[in-house]
Ligand binder design. Structure first.
Ligand code: ZN
Length: 483
């Protein structure tokens, strides 16, 4: 049978004791298992969708996106510093997707793809200045059409109503503090938890977007990182990084992160970044305490990651398409119905999240006569976590000459077209010089840091991935943009 009683080939390394919320789910286990048997049958191959609550209803869906959250800085993904006890507990109660790839290393295009299941050539949101068009269908719209009550609590103004991200929400509010440097995730969680407690009807869909891990890393008090220790060699020489004259550039601390005084070392920034994660994580305890786990599927992810020291890019995102800024955490938890304490090794794209939610709750992936989605549901793979790593994910850089990336299996190809550089070097202005076309091939398993370009050594692999990337670029060009 499927559900919590399923055996799982690989256990989550960050297993923790079940908390109050999940303990209550365990007490409900016999009832939940009966429901799972009724809906799913007793054979792994016979799991039937949609999945239903013990009362046979569609589940509530709580989508949590956390801005600028690197998966490898969470205990659930193997991080040694205790940044995320609440997220780790959520992971232990559900399925952790090992590799989820954002469509862009920047907020608006990445969230547009996640909320629609579409890449940029359909959403038309290519950079933060973009607006989500009315003709695309979002998770909120599709679930609302299916009878869901919907509410959004958004901590980033780039995802506001004026940018079209309120589509499908009956209740939608931004909770950014008037002072953008002050913490706001506590306020957002308070609003969302209060709405859930008094939800006008069920099932409901709630999207909450937390912001505090985004730089500058001063939302949380330094005390949130008290007691954090790091291996002696975690930061190499830990040489102080010089300040830059603007917000962008390689080898420098961008202006908006210059809050520590100078000189500041990478370890100083990473400790503060980890404290921001711990603060956001702590807020989630109240949010998860407000839901009924038997009736609610929780999906936790991020818009993009953050480059902390890698590739000479310090405490920024939005430039390169390396995994530091492109991979995001992805957890799905519904105790008693979805498998628990399980790792799905398969690679997915953020565009696959919406179709997966649709299949689980029983909503058609697209409205009639609507723009089709790019993503594919991986709902069935949740019950087969030993599914071989597969799937192809694409990404587009939001800056100037738009670098492209394709990640297929263990291989990743990044294509930086000739022209203006994707990133200004040191303090040189962006428009000062051109760079030649460049291809980078990485083996993401043998070289997760993407430090050794294998393009010359594997021309056949480059050719294969170039073909895939070429098809993707053709679609982008057909969308009318000058790519
Ligand atoms: Zn963001």
């Amino acid at each position: 049978m499927e559900g919590a009683a399923c055996t799982t080939p690989r256990r989550n390394p960050a297993r923790h004791c079940l908390g109050r919320v999940w303990r209550s789910a365990v007490l409900l286990l016999p009832m939940l298992l009966a429901a799972a048997i009724a809906t799913s049958g007793c054979d792994r191959s016979e799991v039937r969708f949609p999945l239903r609550t013990p009362q046979g209803r569609q589940p509530n869906v709580l989508l949590i996106s956390i801005d600028t959250l690197r998966p490898d800085h969470l205990g659930a993904y193997g991080y040694g510093t205790p940044t995320s006890p609440i997220i780790d507990r959520l992971s232990a109660s559900g399925v952790r997707v090992a590799t989820c790839v954002a469509s862009a290393p920047e907020t608006a295009p990445a969230m547009a793809s996640l909320l629609t299941g579409m890449y940029q050539y359909r959403t038309r949101v290519v950079a933060n200045r973009g607006t989500l068009q009315a003709y695309v269908s979002t998770i909120a719209e599709r679930l609302q059409e299916s009878g869901y009550t919907t509410a959004g609590f958004i901590g980033n103004t780039l995802l506001g109503a004026d940018r079209g991200f309120d589509q499908g929400f009956e209740h939608f509010e931004a909770f950014r503090h008037k002072n953008p440097l002050a913490p706001s995730d506590d306020r957002g969680v308070t609003l969302a938890a209060a709405w859930i407690a008094a939800a006008p009807a069920t099932p409901w869909f709630v999207w909450i977007h937390l912001i505090d891990p985004h730089g500058p890393y001063i939302s949380a008090k330094p005390s949130w990182s008290d007691g954090f220790t790091y291996p002696a060699d975690a930061f190499g020489a830990d040489t102080p990084i010089p300040p830059g004259v603007g917000n962008f550039g390689l080898g420098i601390v961008p202006k908006y992160q210059q809050f520590l005084g100078e000189p500041a070392r990478p370890s100083d920034f990473v400790r503060r970044y980890d404290g921001e994660i711990r603060f956001a994580d702590a807020q989630l305890e109240r949010l998860l305490g407000a839901i009924d786990p038997a009736d609610t599927m929780v999906v936790l992810t991020a818009d993009h990651g953050e480059s902390l020291t890698e590739h000479d890019e310090y405490f920024q995102h939005g430039w390169f398409l390396y995994d530091t800024t492109l991979t995001v955490p992805l957890l799905l938890s519904w105790p008693g119905v979805l498998p628990s304490d399980t790792v799905l090794e398969r690679q997915v794209s953020a565009v696959d999240v919406a179709p997966t939610i649709y299949e689980i709750v029983g909503v058609a992936p697209e409205a009639e006569d609507a723009t089709p989605v790019d993503g594919k549901s991986f709902a069935r793979a949740l019950f087969r976590p030993d599914t071989p790593m597969s799937g192809t994910a694409f990404a587009v850089g939001p800056r100037e000459n738009h670098p492209f990336a394709v990640r297929a299996g263990r291989w990743k190809l990044i294509h930086t077209p000739a022209g203006r550089p994707a990133v200004p070097t040191k303090n040189y202005p962006m428009h000062g010089f051109d760079t030649p076309e460049r291809f980078e091939l990485y083996d993401t398993i043998a070289d997760p840091g993407e430090t050794t370009n294998l393009a010359d050594r594997h021309p056949e692999r480059v050719a294969e991935l170039k073909t895939a990337l070429g098809g993707f670029r053709t679609k982008l060009r057909m969308s009318g943009r000058n790519w």
